[in-house]
Ligand binder design. Structure first.
Ligand SMILES: [Zn+2]
Length: 85
């Protein structure tokens, strides 16, 4: 289970998966920007990291929340020119 970088802001809190800084559903916009910066040379690694978090979140976010967790956690990080399926 990957851990948020120590000292970084806009990290998730479990099991609610909300941002510790702004309270928005994680990843919030500042978290996305930070992650895109950290992983700009390795988007595959970013997708793998987010997929690992998604795997945990699926078991912790209530199924009746109606949220598309795949969209929330992983889909936004796809490279921009890739077709969506
Ligand atoms: Zn935040």
């Amino acid at each position: 289970m990957p851990r948020p970088h120590p000292g970084s802001t806009h990290v998730y809190s479990r099991p609610a998966w909300r941002c510790r800084t702004c309270g928005a559903p994680w990843p919030c916009q500042p978290a996305k920007l930070r992650l895109l910066g950290e992983y700009k040379k390795d988007r595959l690694a970013l997708s793998m990291y987010l997929g690992t978090l998604l795997d945990v979140a699926v078991s912790e976010v209530p199924a009746d929340s109606g949220e598309n967790l795949l969209e929330r956690f992983v889909s936004w990080a796809r490279p921009p020119r890739r077709p969506r399926y």
